[in-house]
Design a protein around this ligand. Structure first.
Ligand SMILES: NC(=O)C1=CN([C@@H]2O[C@H](COP(=O)(O)OP(=O)(O)OC[C@H]3O[C@@H](n4cnc5c(N)ncnc54)[C@H](OP(=O)(O)O)[C@@H]3O)[C@@H](O)[C@H]2O)C=CC1
Ligand SMILES: O=C(O)[C@H](O)COP(=O)(O)O
Length: 481
């Protein structure tokens, strides 16, 4: 394979030193665009991972003892350094996970904004004060000071699709609240994650307040999530991985953001032009590799033909190609993901779905496939595609849509398109999801909104304020006068 110009052996961070694994084992990261080697990261041994976690635990008390405004200052400096490294990090995200350079740089910018907001929001975290006399038998002379204290060592595990943003959205809230962090980036995305941490070291990170462990999750994952020095886990990734972690981790808080099958429900009175535009952008940004992508459309029969036509027209404007060509639809993260998407399309077609648009298939580059008349017996009606295929399910009324949504295993977000706000609210009340978007695409941002999934889409809540809350526990000091 041809090497990229910046091909390099990257190192993991231990106690502010960049190190290779003593075993010499490495993992090659290949570009989704053309398979070329982007770089190589260490495959750390269990002993090395253990040493990193213990070191992170050893400095936690000292870090928690620093003043909040100092921790906030560090985050502000981190945001600044990230912006200084925007081109380098953006270029690495682009090479490593196949995002266009524009999208990759905007991820870095969004991350700097998220860190700054976290640095400020974290300063406004307060405990509370409770008087005893509200409970019979106690009196005003019993007073509780409820403090907010960090859990200790937070294990942050991030996925490939936002290798910088989804990592920082865990690390920044952990740091501002006085936790120390063991960061395990997704292997595909690890180099971008390491560069992001390089910016944090430049910003003045004290030794071991963050240590980075690299290696395949399937090899070092169980050791990490069951390590006795890990006090809290925050994870974003696939549902099966998240469920596995939840079963393994014991007696510690675990926040999970997992997969989704977000529906866009389009009612008869919807503005169909707007709905079609939002659906196409919501379903197909980054080629559908987003947990919050619209993954199925449920449309009232009466307006289905018109909506499908409009969606088709919007899809036709999308450029399919390499991420280096700033295309809208770019190669999927790997061949396995592409094969999975193709298997869903083949299954639906075999069972009678109508192919409205079909794109090229060239290795892991898949053009957009728009499937109409998708029925419940097809896998694409239920399984998360994480790729550029959009199934349309026609329903006779909104109750049918609610029923379809309720019977699926996921519950991240849903969009409802209608001009009747009262109806939108009634529907929103009944949908079993974390967030309902009215007349807009499903989306995580703005980053200070609570972000959560119910059912198999997650546990706990993220979004800047809620993430900060998740990194803290109560500690009660009772004064008996
Ligand atoms: N709800 C949300 O906010 C989001 C959900 N997702 C979901 O994530 C999936 C795609 O992301 P992807 O990165 O492929 O997800 P994976 O679940 O494959 O991986 C996520 C992270 O978990 C690690 N990991 C893998 N196995 C284990 C294990 N046994 N123990 C601990 N860690 C492990 C991975 O490491 P390694 O890379 O080394 O395997 C990676 O860092 C989709 O299903 C998508 O819906 C994605 C983004 C956001
Ligand atoms: O992991 C994901 O896919 C993201 O959390 C989605 O973020 P976005 O809605 O801002 O693209």
């Amino acid at each position: 394979m041809p090497l990229q110009k910046n091909f390099k052996l990257h190192q993991y961070l231990y106690n502010n030193e960049w190190k290779s694994s003593d075993t010499g084992n490495t993992i090659e990261i290949n570009s989704p665009d053309d398979g070329s080697i982007v770089g190589v990261v260490p495959a750390m041994s269990q002993e090395e991972v253990d040493r990193s976690i213990i070191k992170t635990a050893n400095v936690q008390e000292e870090w928690a003892a620093t003043d909040g405004h100092e921790r906030s200052d560090l985050l502000h400096k981190w945001a600044e350094e990230l912006e200084n490294m925007k081109d380098e990090i953006g270029n690495m995200i682009h090479l490593e996970v196949g995002k266009t350079l524009t999208a990759a740089k905007s991820e870095v910018k969004r991350t700097a904004q998220l860190i700054r907001h976290t640095a400020e929001e974290g300063l406004r975290t307060h405990g509370s004060f409770i008087q005893g006399d509200a409970f019979p038998g106690a009196s005003k002379s019993t007073k509780a000071m409820v403090q907010k204290v960090p859990h200790g060592v937070v294990l942050a595990i991030s996925p490939f699709n936002y290798p910088v943003n989804l990592a920082a959205s865990k690390i920044a809230p952990a740091l501002i609240t006085g936790n120390t962090v063991v960061f395990k980036p997704a292997t595909q995305g690890a180099i971008s994650g390491l560069l992001m941490i390089k910016a944090l070291v430049k910003a003045g990170l004290p030794k071991s307040v963050v240590n980075v462990v690299t290696g395949r999750g399937s090899i070092i994952g169980d050791f990490l999530v069951t390590h006795p020095e890990v006090d809290m886990i925050t994870f974003t990734g696939g549902t099966s991985t998240g469920q596995h972690i939840a079963k393994k981790a014991s007696m510690i808080p675990v926040v999970l953001e997992l997969g989704g099958k977000d529906p866009a429900i389009v009612l008869e009175d919807a503005d169909l032009n707007k709905a079609a535009k939002e659906i196409v952008s919501g379903a197909l940004s980054y080629s559908g590799q987003r947990c919050t992508a619209i993954k199925r459309v449920m449309v009232i029969d009466k307006v289905a033909d018109e909506l499908v036509e409009k969606i088709k027209t919007n899809i036709a404007t999308l450029k399919v190609g390499k991420s280096t060509e700033e295309a809208d639809i770019t190669p999927l993260i790997d061949q396995k993901s592409a094969d999975y998407v193709i298997s869903l399309i083949d299954d639906a077609v075999k069972k009678g779905a109508t192919v409205v648009s079909k794109g090229i298939i060239q290795d892991n580059l898949i053009g957009v496939t728009l499937l109409d008349h998708v029925s419940e017996d097809m896998r694409i009606a239920w399984e998360e595609q994480f790729g550029p295929v959009l199934p349309i399910m026609r329903v006779s009324n909104e109750l049918e849509a609610i029923d379809l949504e309720k019977r699926n295993e996921y519950g991240l977000q849903a969009s409802v398109f209608t001009k009747n706000l009262e109806k939108a609210f009634v529907l929103a009340d009944r949908l079993e999801v974390g967030t309902v978007q009215v007349n807009g695409k499903t989306s995580r941002g703005p980053d200070h909104f609570p972000f959560l999934g119910v059912k198999n889409s997650g546990q706990g809540v993220q979004g800047i304020g809620r993430s900060i809350d998740s990194m803290l526990r109560d500690k009660v000091l009772v004064l008996n006068l």
